[in-house]
Design a protein around this ligand. Structure first.
Ligand SMILES: *Cc1c(COP(=O)(O)O)cnc(C)c1O
Length: 398
């Protein structure tokens, strides 16, 4: 099938909820993808920060093929070797003690929210049901994570929402302090807001929140679905500020494209969950965990977070040079290879102009170009991207 045929069939049979560009990807290799008409694209979206090791990474592909031939699924009625090994790798390389695997970012966040609520009950404080989240955050599309998401436009039409959520402005310590009370169960945030427009949390703000949560025994949840696993230049974004949350959620990059999510907890908080409190049919199945193990092996052995830090600095420098040339660029934000270019106008035309030149780029929050390339992108590919972005801005501004 070519692009047009795939699109026609999709419009007839698939639920119309995505604003899709009119191409269908059929193959990938490293930092490049190819559509059904044979066009080649440099991928600076990488499946929305999922393909952190690029496309068709041979080690990940081989691990999936091998596991598929061995055992795809057996259920959590029995122990699963790839699952326990992946849990070990995550725990031994983080500040957490226990892992639960689900199938997506939203599910990871649902589990984290359930654990925080249960922790309050376990500590004899069942009145603590309020979860404080941030304005312009993004936590997923299920009812509870949609409610946790601090964006009114996503809530509209889905009321009644889940009970017990309060929102405060991001990076506003005074507002957060004022919002915490005897009903507060948990505080949940992204260390760098991704979908909301690439806004990093101030490290001092994160340390203040940690102290507050310690003093009041409030559960601190970091949603690292997008920031986790090298994206920000460290294995986990919490490491930048030197304080860890009680619960951290992961998903996007964890399976190298295989659908897997996870939440990690300290033993202190995890003790609130007893057998039967949570579960998943597919969660942590052998196939996706084999992919996760392969991703983690490459990530750690090849210091992919370090590479992301280096390439992030390189791109930031190039973007700053570009800013001098185009006053429509108001700000460069972000950490590692999660970079946001704040424009003074909508970014959709720039995305289109890049697409016509064979580069995939994402625009989020309307006016922010979000750069989320594979973490092993090369300097040459970064240069190729910058040349195309320059030409695209030139065209759009004419
Ligand atoms: C993508 C994302 C989610 C949702 O993940 P899904 O796999 O789409 O459910 C949640 N939180 C953050 C920070 C994300 O970037």
């Amino acid at each position: 099938m070519n692009n047009a045929e795939i699109i026609a069939k999709g419009q007839k049979y698939c639920l119309n909820v995505f604003n899709r560009l009119p191409i269908a990807m059929v193959r990938g290799e490293g930092s490049y993808v190819f559509d059904a008409d044979g066009n080649k694209y440099l991928d600076f979206v990488s499946g929305i920060a999922v393909n952190a090791l690029g496309h068709a990474h041979p080690y990940v592909a081989a691990a999936l093929a091998e596991q598929a031939a061995q055992l795809i699924h057996s259920s959590n009625l029995y122990w699963i070797e790839p699952q326990v090994r992946l849990a070990e790798v995550l725990v031994e390389n983080s500040a957490f003690d226990k892992v639960f695997f689900g199938n997506s970012g939203a599910e990871a966040n649902e589990g984290a929210l359930k654990l925080a609520r249960k922790y309050a009950v376990y500590k004899g404080r069942p009145e603590r049901q309020q979860v404080i989240t941030m304005q312009s955050s993004f936590h997923g599309r299920t009812l509870a994570t949609l409610t946790a998401t601090g964006q009114a436009k996503m809530h509209q039409g889905f009321e009644p929402l889940a009970a017990g959520f309060t929102y405060v402005p991001f990076n506003d310590w005074e507002a957060l302090q004022a919002a915490v009370n005897e009903q507060t169960c948990a505080i949940m945030l992204e260390p760098v807001q991704g979908e909301g427009g690439v806004f990093p949390a101030d490290p001092e703000y994160l340390r203040q929140i940690r102290r507050l949560c310690d003093e009041r025994d409030v559960v601190l949840i970091y949603d690292e679905v997008q920031t986790g696993l090298g994206r920000t230049g460290k294995l986990f974004a919490y490491q930048h500020a030197g304080v860890a949350p009680d619960i951290m959620t992961l998903a996007k990059a964890l399976g190298g494209g295989a659908p897997i999510g996870a939440f990690l907890s300290t033993d202190k908080v995890a003790a609130a969950f007893k057998p039967g409190d949570h579960g998943s049919t597919f969660g942590g199945n052998p196939l996706v965990c084999a992919a996760g193990l392969a991703v983690m092996k490459i990530m750690l052995e090849q210091d992919i977070p370090g590479r992301a830090a280096m390439l992030g600095e390189y791109l930031r420098g190039k973007l700053t040079e570009l800013q001098a040339k185009y006053p429509c660029i108001k700000e460069i934000r972000g950490q590692g290879l999660l970079l946001g270019v704040q424009l003074d106008r909508p970014g959709a035309d720039v995305v289109q102009a890049c697409l016509r030149r064979g580069v995939l780029l994402n625009c989020t929050a309307g006016t922010v170009l979000r750069l989320i390339p594979p973490l092993n992108v090369s300097h040459a590919e970064a240069d190729e991207f910058m040349a195309v972005l320059d030409a695209a801005l030139q065209e759009v501004l004419q």
